[in-house]
Write a protein that binds this ligand. Structure first.
Ligand code: PLP
Length: 454
């Protein structure tokens, strides 16, 4: 089907919330233009880089993404929890344009600039705990995690690091070692960084343990298999992302933090996916009053521009020697400008409250679906970070094939949903907080319809 002039105008002229907030399919999914681009891609792009959606994006904003054929899809993924403030948000776009017209790069480690300092000041103020803090900025989430480990090792003079079952911390060499799942993240890419150990996670749906019980199990593994004396850091996602939106049982995280403090082990909370209002608190750590020694952030921080950070206790952050931390693009000025505009939204735009409203809407709908469909084994999450785990009702075994079929069917109907989980059987919802209730409800209608038909 051809694209009308109006649609063509729209895809070249508009992004941001000015886009009509509607699901509108004018071709089958993928349409001819996306198929054409897929052919070019096959001939040009390395096949190890894959995409879960078959459509090529040209504009996005509010709760929709418009593809190259003029189809308007409901976005329930936010580019993996990145466009939390909305895609092409006008304030972010204006800040980016103004900064890009002024200077695009100097390298903070050569000629510093104010935007970097201001992002650091604001992260120091906004992250949990009122102790003295410092921040260092980077570009990707994995880079922030790598640097958090470097800092913790330097501070403690110890080498070992503990991560958890189902963890995801990135795809660089050290972060692959921290990440739990082999396929697709690690298989064939070893050898991995050494001195990384894995402890059992609290996964209430699958282990049935209380938070304190699960913490005792994890701490026993750490003490017996690693030893506190050699342990630099424990790193954990307060709500796991790629691993399946696993929400640990209440009490698990505080008990771990307490053990780390008692043993002078740096407690690193990876809020790269869960941070910035996503879970209905500015940081998921706040839910149980955690005060991490170091916190890693990225994704939602800058409305889609690449920026990440490590923020934490001054005495830990200041341990490495001058020149020990940095990177050519780390804390790029355009990304910092985008972050400052995004942080304004997080601080003053009611986004924490909006995430809670979205959470109530999503959980109500999904719990109702669970009551009538035994394949929905678990519904979990907080705020705008919510998931369903799909299982074979007879055995309780994960049903990855059903999960993939539901996501594919929803995509064909014009709704972007992402899957995740160690067993590939979790559908996760991460809508932009700029989405309206009607569009969100319609997206859930389509998702649940796809489940019913699969
Ligand atoms: C919790 C967590 N840590 C680290 C990362 C890695 O971030 P990036 O892909 O920006 O390197 C991710 C990405 O999904 C994540 O969810």
């Amino acid at each position: 089907m051809s694209v009308t002039d109006d649609q063509a105008d729209q895809r070249t002229a508009l992004g941001g919330p000015g886009l009509p907030q509607e699901r509108r399919l004018v071709t089958s999914i993928p349409g001819p233009r996306s198929r054409e681009l897929a052919d070019r891609r096959t001939a040009a792009v390395a096949s190890g880089v894959s995409s879960s959606m078959p459509v090529y994006a040209v504009a996005a904003g509010g709760g929709v993404l418009v593809d190259a054929d003029g189809n308007s899809l409901i976005d329930l993924g936010s580019g993996i929890a990145v466009t939390t403030v909305g895609n092409a948000d006008p304030a972010v776009a204006a800040a980016v344009a103004a900064q890009a017209a002024q200077l695009t790069h100097t390298c903070f480690t050569i000629t510093p600039y104010e935007g970097y300092v201001e992002v650091a000041e604001r992260l120091n103020r906004l992250t949990p705990g009122d102790h003295a803090k410092r921040s260092a900025l980077f570009s990707s989430g994995a880079e922030a995690v790598e640097n958090a480990i470097k800092i913790a090792r330097h501070h403690t003079g110890r080498t070992a690091v503990v991560a958890f079952d189902h963890a995801y911390h990135g795809r660089t060499n050290l972060t692959m070692a921290l990440t739990a799942k082999s396929m697709p993240y690690k298989a064939g890419f070893g050898p991995f960084a050494s001195e990384v150990y894995r402890a059992p996670m609290s996964y209430p749906y699958r282990d049935g343990l209380s938070g304190p019980e699960a913490a005792k199990r994890a701490i026993t593994v750490i003490e017996k298999q690693v030893g506190a004396a050699d342990l630099a850091a424990v790193i954990i996602e307060p709500v796991q992302g790629e691993g399946g939106f696993v929400v640990p049982a209440e009490g698990f995280l505080p008990a771990l933090q307490e053990w780390c403090t008692a043993n002078r082990v740096v407690f690193i909370v990876d809020e790269i996916q869960s941070g910035f209002a996503r879970t209905g608190d500015l940081f998921a750590s706040e839910h149980e009053g955690l005060v991490p020694d170091l916190i890693t952030t990225a994704k939602g921080i800058a409305g889609g521009m690449p920026l990440s950070a490590v923020t934490g206790r001054t005495e830990i952050m200041d341990a490495p020697h001058a020149g020990g931390l940095g990177g050519t693009y780390a804390g790029n000025p355009v990304a910092c400008a985008a972050a400052l505009a995004s942080l304004d939204h997080f601080e003053h735009g009611g986004l924490v409250e909006r995430a809670r409203e979205i959470g109530t809407l999503l959980l109500d709908r999904l719990h109702a679906a669970q009551a009538s469909d035994p394949r929905v084994g678990d519904v979990r999450g907080r705020g705008a970070m919510v998931a369903i785990e799909l299982v074979d009702p007879a055995s309780g075994e994960p049903d990855a094939a059903l999960t993939a079929a539901v996501a594919r069917r929803a995509a064909r109907e014009g709704v972007i949903v992402l899957t995740c989980g160690t067993y590939g059987n979790v559908i996760r919802l991460l809508p932009p907080l700029a989405i309206g209730d009607d569009l969100l409800s319609e997206g859930i209608d389509v998702l649940l319809g796809a489940l019913a038909d699969s």
